[in-house]
Design a protein around this ligand. Structure first.
Ligand code: ZN
Length: 409
């Protein structure tokens, strides 16, 4: 039998009850601490003892949705890296890993794009890791943190590129020159973390930025409102120079808790903290109303065939490509998280902290069947049971030739 038609299964790590005694298996080199070998041990069935219940349906649905949106992105920007993300193999096989601690599965040996702006799969991962990092920074900071939201007036006729470039230029200018130096020293600003977000509504594109201000411990409500006024004056001044405008009241909104960061953070709800607000803008669904997030534009294209939404999303994606999403002001990150290495989006997208075992390695031919069936997400959902037999059944149901390699006996 042609070995390329086999799903090759690696032995489980010792704590998972031994390996697969099949000499035909092809063994790949896993990146994780998996013991590799053909050592015969307990049969595959032993694994079942260690298998935890599969994740809830909603988690699987989320993964399916993200992969579905990623396919839509591929259709809209076929020349971008997102078009190849978790689709095109880098070597001679595609690994399916199972991480028991989190009951999830992930791929190895595939290209990833690391695009926070275009890729729903990578963005979810990157933003979650950035959120945890920001949360850790907030946790160790012993001062007051305030969240500012900067907006700009916009009209339906505004070209996205003109509006966004003017907006981003204004955000840079905001923090330049002697006027800013005076604000910094007056309010003792320790540092900032900035995230840019954009939605589309009846009045067209609506870029806005969230900036977390790290302030001294003795910052009181009066200081917060004085800082808000100072920010408003400065923001209107820089916008005017860029040919843009904002209203006095809506242009800048600054809020903080009195002292305790925990109180402040909890204002945003149980799981929608300040860190969430800042890092999850890319993937969160809209808050209702007439305004759509970029994820919704993509979903409207993918699900409802809304071509106009697809065009808007393409325009956005090509403009934001290469721009930084979450930016810490100089020195703040090192000051708060001196031992945490700073990583690029690409590095975060490729990271797997959990200890994982290699469930299977698919040949390129087998993988091509999975891709042709648009079953990348479903495969992971099945693999998140940790049960090789279920994985095999699923592959067979897709029409993947698995040969007689995998047996429970
Ligand atoms: Zn990606």
């Amino acid at each position: 039998m042609d070995s390329s038609s086999h799903v090759s299964v690696l032995s489980m790590a010792p704590q998972f009850g031994g390996g697969v005694g099949d000499s035909q298996a092809i063994f790949a080199g896993p990146a994780n601490p998996v013991e590799i070998g053909t050592a015969s041990g307990s049969p595959l069935g032993t694994i079942a003892k260690f298998v935890t219940p599969p994740p809830s349906a909603s988690r699987g649905d989320t993964a399916v949705r993200r992969f579905m949106l990623q396919s839509a992105a591929r259709e809209l920007v076929p020349g971008e890296r997102v078009a190849k993300c978790l689709r095109v193999p880098v070597g001679s096989g595609v690994d399916v890993f199972y991480a028991p601690a989190v009951r999830s599965a992930h791929y190895g040996g595939l290209q990833t794009c690391g695009s926070i702006w275009m890729c729903p799969v990578c963005a979810a991962k990157i933003s979650e890791r950035r959120r945890l990092e920001l949360q850790a920074g907030l946790a160790v900071y012993d001062g007051v943190v305030a969240l500012a939201t900067f907006t700009v007036q916009h009209r339906l006729s505004d070209r996205l590129s003109t509006l966004v470039e003017g907006f981003l230029t204004s955000l840079r200018k905001l923090r330049m020159g002697s006027p800013w130096a005076r604000i910094e020293s007056r309010f003792g600003i320790v540092g900032m973390v900035r995230a840019v977000e954009i939605t589309h509504g009846v009045n067209g594109w609506h870029p806005h930025a969230h900036i977390l201000f790290f302030l001294p411990p003795d910052t009181d409500t009066l200081a917060i409102s004085l800082l808000e006024s100072a920010l408003r004056r400065r923001w209107l001044a820089v916008l005017t120079r860029a040919g843009l405008s904002a209203s006095w009241t809506v242009g800048v909104d600054l809020r903080a808790a009195d002292g305790a960061i925990g109180d402040y953070v909890s204002k945003f709800g149980s799981d929608w903290t300040a860190a969430h607000e800042l890092t999850k803008a890319i993937i969160k669904r809209g808050r209702g109303g007439d305004s759509r997030t970029i994820a919704q534009l993509l979903a409207d294209f993918a699900v409802s065939g809304d071509r106009q939404a697809g065009e808007l999303w393409r325009e956005y994606a090509l403009l934001f490509r290469g721009k930084k999403h979450l930016v810490w002001s100089r020195g703040l990150r090192v000051r708060l998280l001196p031992d945490v290495e700073e990583k690029s989006d690409e590095e975060l997208a490729n990271e797997h902290d959990e200890v994982a075992v290699l469930l299977a390695t698919l040949t390129l031919r087998q993988w091509s069947v999975v891709v042709a069936n648009d079953a990348r997400a479903e495969l992971l959902t099945v693999a998140s049971s940790g049960d090789v037999a279920q994985l095999i059944d699923f592959l067979v149901s897709l029409g993947v030739e698995v040969g007689g390699v995998l047996t429970q006996d």
